[in-house]
Write a new protein. Structure first.
Length: 437
């Protein structure tokens, strides 16, 4: 129930703020707004104030505004309070205000996520131990092994795993000198991270190491299988099914449907063998499918960090910039490889992501709403007749051609736009449905 409410409120907020942008811009130019509705369908409550009828409608998924003189087939008097009677640049700004307000929503929510509610980060681990070495990576080529401990990076002491990760990241492409301890032996290796291309056709540098972290259990809900099985916060996992554990991630490879998995844990100096039941979850695979899998409802030690006001604003601007970059590289990858379009999602995918983000905490929920709102901004700027981008194209045509589109031209543009919209809607709906098969 909570997830359903969160999904409805998230989608409603994104669409409502979009329409509010059109409303504010229209009023600023003196355009009469005849209706402003929160939601769709039959009106549950309505009140007229001035020339505007404000409505609260039955279906709370967004809203709409109706401006005077917005129908191109209606008889216009040329009055300045008619939308289509205004100058082209004014109409463009009214159309543009909706998408821009979606960015404003992200700019309002993200500082709350970063500075008020805070975000989860892993508790740093002092012993920087390697859990995995990637196949064919520089780390494997120089002989690094699981269980190796990094003592120094370029002569500086490896304070903890987070410091070490940031240090190696900052040395992208440069020479990296690592002092390593392997059991009783201490030695030095020289390497460099290697440039690679992601699936989205973006560059990144890879060394090929994954840190172990401490196999210590974080906070557990009393309703979780792990707690009911007898595990407790701060238990250190020593073995899983009789095999030694180096990193908390090791245990998840043993999670399967059926019999409980025995974990050996250390608690206050004592060892306990505890059979732990798995739980069934779901995830979106690289192929874009929603698939079930079995796991343990166990998480590592985490802490909540909150940024200062100005730091939070800076992080918000940076995240919005990253969101636009992600959208751009995603669209570019689809143009280069149309097969990537299988990852496009519609209402089902959005609802799934929002519900999953809520489980990860309210801050994560706000960050996903912000990302989807930025996506909504971009989608609405696409040059299709039923989007704001389509209206902007029409008004640019008016400004450049110094005349309005005639009825036949509007019909051709409308047919093309609706054809593309229906194709896109059908394709996304197909993607959403086939995610489950």
């Amino acid at each position: 129930m909570i997830a359903a409410i969160a999904i409805i409120l998230g989608i409603a907020a994104m669409i409502l703020i979009h329409e509010l942008g059109h409303f504010v811009a229209a009023r600023a130019f003196g355009i009469e707004v005849e209706e402003f509705s929160i939601g769709f369908g039959p009106a549950l409550f309505k009140k007229k104030k001035g020339n505007t009828l404000y409505k609260l409608s039955a279906i709370p998924l967004g809203g709409y505004i109706k401006m005077k003189g917005e129908d191109p087939d209606s008889e216009l008097t040329g009055s300045p309070d008619e939308f289509l009677s205004r100058k082209p640049h004014e109409k463009i700004l009214v159309a543009l205000a909706g998408p821009l307000f979606n960015v404003v929503l992200a700019m309002l929510l993200l500082p709350l996520a970063f500075s008020v509610f805070g975000f989860q980060t892993l508790v740093p681990t002092e012993n920087v131990i390697l859990a995995k070495i990637g196949e064919g990576t520089p780390a494997m080529e120089i002989g690094l092994m699981r269980g190796d401990r990094i003592l120094e990076v370029n002569g500086e002491t490896a304070v903890n795993d987070q410091w070490t990760a940031h240090k190696i990241y900052s040395l992208a492409g440069d020479t990296i000198t690592l002092k390593i301890r392997r059991e009783t032996e201490v030695f030095t290796v020289i390497t460099a991270s290697r440039k690679k291309m992601s699936q989205l056709d973006t560059e990144y540098y890879e060394l090929g190491i994954q840190f172990a972290g401490e196999p210590i259990i974080g906070k557990l809900k009393k309703s979780s299988n792990a707690y009911k099985s007898g595990l407790r916060e701060n238990d250190r996992i020593i073995e899983v099914a009789g095999d030694p554990v180096l990193a908390l991630s090791d245990i998840f490879e043993y999670a399967e449907e059926g019999e409980p998995v025995e974990l050996t844990v250390s608690r206050n100096g004592e060892l306990f063998n505890i059979p732990v039941d798995t739980v069934k979850e779901s995830k979106i695979t690289q192929a874009g499918k929603i698939r079930p899998y079995y796991t343990f409802d166990i998480s590592p030690k985490i802490k909540i960090e909150r940024l200062g006001l100005f730091e939070g604003l800076g992080a918000s601007i940076q995240e919005i910039g990253m969101d636009f970059t992600l959208i751009y590289v995603s669209l570019r990858s689809i143009v280069k490889d149309p097969g990537q379009a299988k990852n496009l999602g519609g209402p089902v995918a959005i609802a799934y992501i929002i519900s999953k983000s809520l489980k990860a905490g309210f801050s994560q929920y706000l960050r996903w709403i912000s990302l989807i709102s930025v996506n909504l901004c971009v989608v609405n700027l696409l040059p299709l007749i039923v989007t704001d981008g389509g209206l902007i194209i029409i008004f640019i045509f008016e400004a450049v051609g110094r005349r309005k589109m005639n009825k036949k031209e509007r019909e051709v543009f409308s047919y093309i736009g609706w054809g593309l919209i229906l194709f896109l809607f059908a394709f996304i709906l197909f993607n959403d449905i086939t995610r489950f098969f």
